[in-house]
Ligand binder design. Structure first.
Ligand code: GDP
Length: 543
């Protein structure tokens, strides 16, 4: 292959994530996308990979016991001259914070809906994050092989609940036992569906697509005419797909299928390749690291994917598979440049430099040393706690990306170590886990408590497990007096006034930023009203 420019390399990348309510079929779809992309040969490999990984790590026992996937990762594959980076987001709602952060590294999201259920609570939450971050969305309506809701009702739900214009790319002919296939709106191409023979475990291949006019053999009495008519109605009733509107977040192309039966998956992958955006120009600041003498004011700048300096940010830190080593793998999303193994990169906020000698690329079946990587790619950088979620890395050490959110925890608990002699180890361990983003840590200004915040209960279990396995600390979580946490901001005088009045409810987060702990949501509302000049926020963007 001829040598591509940095820009061309960036242009052929598609970095995307799948968002779904649990059970909508995200895992199954991931697997079938990898299959369609030639990254794996047989279904079942994604779970097998998971199991293999689990046996390598004791703390992931919890994953195994619960049968859920706790840690997000990425899978890279090349298909039709494009490089796809599929970011794997944990589906369990307790881990939504992790999912949210993963979405900061995605350029596009595939929203999977269960055709029988439509939009579910977690779909809505994740969709809102995508909207906040201007991530365009491709909709895949799954499980057509089961009895589905009326397709028009599903589209209307997307329009009314998400305020998103649905543009059907295909239209299904029935569902469940009567599923015949689907027709492509513009071309009138019909893709027949092959039912699995009763009693057979084997999938049968779906027949080749053909013009709808010639496809009568795939239908029963009256159904063919009904589909021809439906297609006309739909074409008149819904807007045609407009890529610009999709990229701006106003429109979503809608595809249909069955992940389990590998129906509609090639079409979905083609849509991602064709329409999902390549890495975009990113907003950033140019600033010397903290502690620099005579620091200059940060200057707003933009980073083009095709520019030569290697830049990017860490959106996740994963504990190493080997609990005997305190190594961590920082998931680094590249924003520009050509990364080469052995390169030296600097952390913007600390000024620390690291030689990246063993970067990892994650392929579906195994992991390999990354020799080079481009904008849009995600590489794993092993380190000993130098890298934290939200860190920006670049060759110059001057580029800082904003926008990695911390979310106000929904559960706040006090943590205590059972053996009082080990109390001093607790802080270090809690700091470590908070740096990884497993949970958030708050140190009240008054007293010596550690308050741990999480979005869901399961995070505490993972944490207790890891404190035991990795740090030898047996801990107890106890209820705390606090119901909510809010970051506060505002003019110095206003802040000092507020903090003086509420000293007993003030805490510091891991970056030493002030946090107000409220006893109830009523109290949060009350202080917000009483101190209108203080901003109380539910999210904090690091950087
Ligand atoms: P996740 O929780 O979103 O990752 O969902 P999974 O991929 O684990 O799927 C949840 C359940 O739905 C599993 O039992 C799958 O076998 C099933 N499933 C997924 N896709 C389909 C589909 O297209 N058709 C049918 N009938 N079942 C499906």
């Amino acid at each position: 292959m001829s040598k591509l420019t940095l820009e061309q390399e960036a242009l052929r990348r598609r970095t995307f994530a799948i968002i779904a309510h649990p059970d909508a079929g995200k895992t199954t779809l991931t697997e079938h996308i990898l299959l369609a992309g030639g990254a794996i040969r047989a279904a079942g490999a994604v779970r097998a990979r998971g199991e293999n990984r689990r046996t390598q790590s004791d703390w992931m026992k919890i994953e195994k016991e619960r049968g859920i996937s706790v840690s997000a990762s990425v899978m890279t594959f090349e298909h039709n001259d494009k490089m796809f980076n599929l970011l794997d987001t944990p589906g369990h709602e307790d881990f939504s914070e992790d999912t949210y952060r993963t979405l900061t590294a995605a350029d596009c999201a595939i929203m999977v809906l269960d055709a029988a259920k439509g939009i579910e609570p977690q779909t809505l939450k994740l969709f809102e994050v995508c909207r906040l971050r201007d991530i365009p969305i491709i909709t895949f309506i799954n499980k057509l092989d089961r009895e589905a809701q009326d397709p028009m009702a599903l589209l209307d739900e997307i329009a009314s609940r998400l305020q998103l214009d649905p543009a059907p790319i295909w239209w299904p002919a029935e569902s469940g036992n009567r599923l015949r296939g689907m027709v492509e709106m513009g071309t009138g191409r019909f893709q027949p569906y092959a039912k699995k023979p009763a009693g057979s475990a084997e999938d049968v291949p779906h027949p080749d697509a053909l013009p709808l006019a010639e496809a009568a053999q795939y239908f029963e009495e009256g159904e063919h005419a009904a589909l021809v008519e439906a297609r006309e109605l739909v074409e008149g009733g819904y807007p045609a797909f407009d890529r610009q509107s999709f990229l701006e977040g106003h429109m979503t192309p809608v595809l249909w299928g069955s992940a389990l039966r590998h129906f509609g998956i090639d079409e979905l992958l083609a849509a991602i390749g064709e329409w999902a955006p390549p890495p975009k120009t990113m907003k950033a600041h140019k600033a010397p690291p903290a502690g620099t003498r005579n620091p200059a004011e940060p200057v707003a700048t933009t980073v083009e994917p095709g520019s030569t300096e290697v830049t990017g940010f860490v959106f996740k830190v994963q504990a190493n598979m080997d609990p005997n080593h305190r190594d961590r793998i920082a998931m680094f999303r590249m924003a520009s440049g050509k990364f080469q193994r052995g390169m030296k990169l600097k952390v913007q906020n600390t000024g620390k430099q690291l030689s990246v000698n063993a970067p990892i690329m994650f392929f579906a079946s195994d992991r390999e040393l990354a020799e080079d990587a481009f904008a849009g790619d995600v590489i794993g950088i092993p380190n000993h706690g130098v890298l934290r979620v939200g860190d920006s890395l670049s060759e110059s050490g001057l580029i800082r990306f904003a926008g990695l959110p911390n979310f106000a925890p929904e559960i706040l608990q006090r943590v205590r170590v059972k053996d009082p002699l080990k109390a001093k180890h607790l802080k270090k361990a809690l700091d470590g886990l908070a740096e990884e983003g497993v949970t958030q840590l708050f140190r009240p200004e008054v007293g010596s408590d550690f308050i741990v915040g999480a979005v869901g209960q399961l995070q505490f279990e993972v944490m207790a497990d890891r404190l035991g396995e990795e740090y030898g600390l047996e801990v107890i979580f106890e209820p705390s007096p606090w119901a909510e946490a809010r970051w506060i901001g505002g003019a110095k005088g206003d802040l000092e006034d507020f903090m003086g009045k509420y000293r007993g409810q003030m805490a510091r987060d891991i970056d030493d930023d002030p946090v107000f702990l409220a006893k109830s949501s009523w109290e949060t509302g009350y202080v917000m009203e009483r101190f209108p000049n203080v901003a109380f926020t539910k999210t904090k963007e690091r950087g």
